[in-house]
Write a protein that binds this ligand. Structure first.
Ligand SMILES: C[S@@+](CC[C@H](N)C(=O)[O-])C[C@H]1O[C@@H](n2cnc3c(N)ncnc32)[C@H](O)[C@@H]1O
Length: 281
């Protein structure tokens, strides 16, 4: 397994920032709060509008929260929180939550703070590395990592930190692009690229479902849920094609990397998984 990669700025976020600053309407609607693939409950009826994608983006966060069995009054950390969309949804749906967002990138945290609707219940958005959490032991009931673990420098370090900072009976819920054993050698080669020249930056898509189960076992996590939602993410590729015209930075790479993910997903070699692990009580 590839471990301890350096932290480098993500080119797609720089491009998103440019488009959000320019108030590009489709990008604002689709990626102003979440930056993830989305969940289409009924893929056969999915449209290609930015508003529809926005609902699919909300739905991904909500589906992961549902699997993680969030409840009122919990202490929640969203690691790799992006623009804070998931925490905002949780705050709107639950009472007395103690919500915290953590991200490596200060610029995203500024946008996450600006995105908050309820000034009375301000969420602390903290700069930090998910692999070195700046929190004491057993201080969270749930830790979420929505579509970001493949950027973290070391999955094992993140699991160790999640296990340490979760209270007994607490849960870690994440989403990830998980290769089958057949695709793994190809994704391992991609992850070994010497420098980040691609649109999506440093990504490690080498963890198979078996690797996750082993990692969970190593730390004393029990697997609570594994949900393959690949089919519910496929309409996203059609939507992304509608945005091809507005992308300027690393256009070729943006198209090539997205096409690779689409082909691997449509052929079943790359699976989009929602995973929930419980710290045994
Ligand atoms: C695809 S985005 C997902 C953002 C958010 N979770 C969402 O669903 O909208 C990946 C996120 O991981 C963050 N990230 C990457 N490496 C990180 C690290 N080591 N620690 C914390 N956040 C990190 C990025 O800054 C980015 O916000």
């Amino acid at each position: 397994m590839i471990q301890r990669r350096p932290l480098r700025p993500l080119p797609y976020f720089a491009e998103l920032e440019r488009l959000l600053e320019a108030e590009e309407p489709a990008v604002r609607s689709a990626f102003g709060r979440h930056v993830h693939w989305g969940y289409w409950p009924d893929p056969a009826r999915a449209g290609t509008g930015a508003g529809e994608f926005e609902r699919a983006a909300d739905a991904l966060s909500l589906e992961l929260c549902r699997l993680a069995e969030l409840d009122d009054g919990q202490r929640i950390l969203d690691a790799g929180c992006g623009f804070g969309g998931t925490l905002r949804l949780i705050g709107e749906r639950h009472r007395d939550m103690r919500l915290t967002g953590l991200n490596i990138d200060r610029q995203q945290l500024r946008r996450a703070s600006d995105n908050q609707t309820d000034a009375a219940a301000r969420i602390p958005f903290v700069q930090g590395d998910a692999c070195r959490l700046p929190y004491s032991d057993a201080c969270f009931d749930r830790i979420l990592a929505v579509e970001c673990i493949f950027h973290f420098p070391d999955r094992r370090a993140f699991f160790r930190e999640a296990f340490r900072t979760l209270a007994s009976g607490g849960r870690l819920a994440l989403s990830d692009f998980v290769p089958t054993a057949l695709l793994r050698p190809a994704t391992a080669l991609i992850a070994l690229r010497p420098a980040s020249t691609g649109f999506y930056g440093d990504c490690d898509f080498t963890y198979t479902l078996e690797d996750y189960r082993r990692l969970a076992d190593e730390f004393g996590f029990r697997v609570r849920a594994e949900k393959d939602i690949t089919v519910n993410t496929l309409p996203t590729y059609r939507f992304l094609r509608t945005l091809a015209g507005v992308i300027r930075a690393r256009r070729l790479s943006a198209v090539a990397e997205t096409l690779f993910a689409e082909a691997a997903s449509r052929t079943g070699l790359l699976r989009y998984q929602l995973l929930v692990f419980e710290k045994a009580g």
